[in-house]
Design a protein around this ligand. Structure first.
Ligand code: FAD
Ligand code: DLZ
Ligand code: SF4
Length: 513
């Protein structure tokens, strides 16, 4: 009896993969490999590499326990050839399979490899859709067809109906509204303190991986230790249940809040687990819905959480595949600056940036509003080249895979796609940051001041951005109140602000801010 070879990538750690459903437990072989090419296409945070390698090794063990033969190539194996191409070729030579089976990779880069294998390798490939995603690429394309604007809200409503999540008896939205976002913008309170998070005991597999990562990746930005990540499905589900029971009730209220020293607030920290396959996104939405139906969590929290997963997560994946590869080149504002060194931990006087970068370095995590309104907003206002910003986000976060990171960075944070994803740029001055966080209380700059030595850099950079991009933004309906405010200022004031922005831009360029 001839065998098949199943190639499983590092973000496909799910027993529900369609190719595994076709697995012949008597004969077939699984190939998994830790390769230099994947571990270094950007300088990934050490925690991210440790998490992925440990989760891969645990998944391989689970498959072995179920009776599968697994060809697992460790990063420091002597004969590791360093790339998917070479390891696949080696495994084919060794096992002489009838066919190679795999689930479509999540990223365009790896998809190009698969296309190339089909052309150059003589044995047949069978490629399965990735059904962990709740909207297929074709369904998204069909939804997008003929639409002038691809707005999340309408896509999200379709997804709620398709999966019958949070619907009333008449198939309308539970509680009468589809979206409770306006209830999810509470400012932080002074004594905010979120519940303690679950930490997992490190087993021998994780300990071995930590030694390996320390040896090979210690020059990458980020702290390897302490390492708290779940590395298998049962640990990840413990975290999911803990989130649903202890944190979800407050998730909505504090979704947009930022607080110094509180990196996680009421966010779930589940993105990395969902993205690599340790948690099934639909199951998680159903757990959240159950919590609402049993009266444990309020609707604004549950709807807000489900919208992120059933809505945003699927929507950004749809956008990524609809517009790849041209999306990679988007640069609507023609931004060309380098990423300042303080994104890599060099000291800055701006407390908000310093705090978010510090949390990122320590945890390989930062919550959505910090990614969008602090590091993302600053990159937008200071005209940093989208490719450089994209590489930073892809490197530093444990949940970063290009299909989800790129639309969020290029589209949502930088508006570099010219408005495919967001109807207006998420540009904001220091006043927004002051309202949604306690960062400004700890900063030497003042969010109320735009000119002078105490002026918050976000303020003048914001108006500079508005002024410079007037031709691109003035006609935007959602910016209609911005330009009258700018022109209501005296010419002298406007010039002072623009000079201040010039001063700060030079400081940023010289890494002096
Ligand atoms: P929660 O706030 O608890 O949200 C619940 C879940 O919803 C998340 O686990 C995630 O699966 C999903 N979700 C929420 N927002 C989004 C979104 N905008 N897009 C897709 N899924 C979403 N998310 C990633 O998974 N990987 C990335 O590389 C990534 N890069 C980002 C870059 C930028 C510039 C921005 C603005 C956002 C990015 N996001 C990314 C989206 C979001 O910030 C993270 O999903 C979220 O912070 C993860 O933390 P959490 O699990 O605690 O999320
Ligand atoms: C992110 C990552 C890293 C750091 N290393 C590996 C690896 O060595 N082997 C592997 O199979 N996957 C790795 N990954 C995740 C892959 O980049 C991910 O599977 C692809 O992005 C799929 O498109
Ligand atoms: Fe950031 Fe400005 Fe507030 Fe300082 S004053 S924390 S730079 S927004």
């Amino acid at each position: 009896m001839k065998k098949n070879l199943h190639f499983i990538f590092g973000d496909q750690l799910s027993h529900k993969l369609l190719n595994l459903i076709h697995f012949d437990w008597q004969n077939d072989v699984v190939l998994m490999c830790e390769v230099k090419e994947e571990a270094s296409y950007v300088r990934h945070h050490p925690k991210k590499i440790a998490f992925i390698f440990s989760a891969m090794r645990h998944f391989a063990e689970e498959l072995r326990k179920k009776g599968a033969k697994v060809e697992y190539v460790k990063f420091d194996d002597e004969n590791n050839l360093g790339s998917f191409d070479a390891e696949l070729e080696k495994a084919i030579k060794k096992h002489n399979p009838q066919k190679v089976l795999l689930t479509e990779p999540s990223e365009y880069r790896v998809w190009q490899k698969v296309i190339n294998w089909q052309k150059t390798i003589e044995i047949p490939f069978e490629i399965f859709p990735d059904e962990r995603f709740l909207c297929s690429k074709i369904d998204f394309r069909n939804w997008a067809k003929g639409k002038k604007q691809l707005r999340l809200e309408f896509f999200y409503r379709e997804m709620r109906k398709k999966y019958k999540i949070l619907l009333d008896k008449k198939m309308g939205p539970a509680g009468g509204k589809w979206n409770y976002d306006e209830q999810n913008r509470k400012s932080p309170e002074n004594n905010i303190k979120s519940p303690k998070r679950i930490s997992h005991k490190k087993d021998e597999i994780t300990k071995e991986v930590l030694v390996l990562v320390e040896k090979h990746f210690k020059k990458n930005f980020g702290d390897l230790l302490p390492f708290h990540f779940a590395v298998n499905n049962s640990q990840a589900m413990l975290e999911a249940q803990h989130f649903i029971d202890e944190l979800l009730p407050n998730f909505g209220d504090y979704q947009d809040a930022m607080f110094a020293g509180e990196a996680y607030l009421y966010h779930s920290l589940l993105s990395s687990y969902i993205n690599v396959g340790l948690i099934d996104p639909l199951e998680l939405c159903q757990m959240a819905e159950k919590s609402y139906l049993s009266g444990k969590a309020p609707l604004n929290s549950v709807e807000g959480f489900i919208r992120q997963i059933l809505g945003w997560r699927e929507y950004v994946r749809g956008i990524y595949w609809l517009y790849s590869p041209q999306y990679f080149e988007s640069n609507f504002f023609n931004a060309k600056n380098n990423l300042p060194e303080f994104y890599w931990g060099k000291k800055t006087k701006m407390f908000c940036i310093e705090e978010v970068v510090k949390q990122t370095k320590e945890n390989s995590y930062s919550h959505h509003i910090q990614r969008l309104m602090i590091t993302g907003n600053f990159a937008l206002l200071s005209e940093i080249d989208p490719k450089k910003v994209h590489e930073w986000y892809l490197a530093v976060y444990a949940d970063a895979f290009e299909w989800v990171e790129m639309p969020n960075t290029i589209g949502m944070a930088l508006h570099a796609d010219g408005g495919i994803m967001a109807s207006k740029p998420y540009a904001a001055s220091g006043k927004y940051i002051s309202r949604m966080s306690n960062f400004c209380d700890k900063c030497s700059f003042d969010p109320e001041i735009s000119v002078g030595s105490k002026a918050c850099p976000f303020n003048s950079l914001y108006w500079n951005f508005i002024s410079k991009n007037e031709d691109k933004l003035k006609k935007n309906q959602r910016m209609q109140f911005v330009y009258p405010t700018w022109y209501k200022m005296s010419e002298e004031k406007r010039n002072q602000i623009l000079n201040q922005a010039k001063f700060y831009s030079e400081q940023i360029y010289n890494n002096e801010l």
